[in-house]
Design a binder for this molecule. Structure first.
Ligand code: C5P
Ligand code: MG
Length: 286
């Protein structure tokens, strides 16, 4: 039905079910569709030319806005907690408090750095952040068809907005749930706003935003895109859901995690740095 689903990067536990969901969504029409996507390592590349690409946090960690002592501490946190994030031998219950610890420690360190709001755009410009190949079609097509895109990220809202703004794709159909920086009157970072979003509380994050999902209640068909198992909860606030198709990017520790991704995501994309498959599905659905 869709040629791209035969790409070598695509794995599906139940291809027939995928076809059924897509057919049912197509029948309902694109005016019933909404897209909910994670940001880091889902809309952005995991690696380029063999080198890891940065997350929102890493964009700051590696920037000139951070002292070299602080860089060392943030790097130590990354080296300690990232392996825990992707460790499939530990349960979510075991990992959750450790993830809260990581985000909290990192945010405390960032606040100590007296980061100036007006410097963020340069930090993004000078970073190696890259949206996945095919991002222009992805963002532009959703905009042209008035399909709402919710970017739901445990990264940093101010940074991810800047990434998509600089790429020229921050259109009016895009909404963002993320961790936003709080600046004092002189434009210096003093805290992060609201409840912390980390990779394992996206369900709670969704529940705090019932107004958004209420507005989109005429769109009960969801295309969900993520790279972490925590991303599977991003659509928990959707009202009267009819169909959901879950696309999961499996970027790291592929062999160890393949089975759990296949069990929980409908379509699994292995080491795929492009948006080719989501774009093909969107083209089919619109
Ligand atoms: O946008 P998304 O929800 O994917 O953002 C979360 C990602 O940010 C996590 O996968 C984690 O690896 C990364 N992270 C980071 N530095 C931190 C905290 C999280 O790179 N201090
Ligand atoms: Mg992610």
């Amino acid at each position: 039905m869709i040629a791209e689903l035969s790409n070598p990067s695509v794995l599906m536990k139940d291809p027939v079910r995928v076809q059924e969901i897509l057919q049912s969504m197509k029948k309902a029409g694109s005016n019933t569709l909404q897209v909910i996507s994670d940001f880091d390592m889902t809309l952005t590349r995991f690696a380029y030319n063999g080198k890891r690409c940065p997350t929102c946090h890493n964009i700051l960690d590696n920037s000139k806005l951070i002292s070299s002592d602080c860089k060392d501490m943030l790097k130590e946190l990354l080296d300690t907690y990232y392996p825990i994030e992707i460790d499939c031998s530990r349960s979510v219950e075991e990992k959750l408090p450790l993830m809260v610890e990581w985000w909290t420690k990192a945010h405390d360190l960032l606040v100590e750095q007296k980061i100036r709001k007006e410097m963020l755009s340069t930090a993004v410009q000078e970073s190696e952040a890259m949206l996945r190949e095919g991002y222009e079609f992805f963002f532009n097509h959703l905009h042209e068809h008035s399909i709402p895109l919710l970017i739901f990220s445990a990264g940093i809202g101010d940074i991810l907005e800047e990434v998509i703004r600089q790429a020229g794709v921050f259109h009016s159909n895009v909404n963002v749930f993320s961790n936003y920086m709080d600046f004092d009157d002189s434009g210096v970072l003093k805290a992060f706003k609201g409840e912390l979003i980390h990779i394992y509380n996206k369900r709670e994050g969704a529940m705090l935003n019932t107004g958004h999902f209420q507005e989109l209640r005429t769109r009960p068909n969801v295309l969900l895109m993520g790279d972490s198992l925590g991303d599977l909860n991003m659509a928990d606030g959707v009202q009267d859901m009819e169909n959901i198709l879950k696309i999961g990017y499996l970027n790291d520790k592929v062999e160890e995690r393949k089975q759990s991704y296949l069990n929980l995501y409908d379509v699994v994309l292995i080491n795929d740095e492009t948006l080719e498959v989501p774009n093909a599905l969107l083209l089919y659905l619109t």
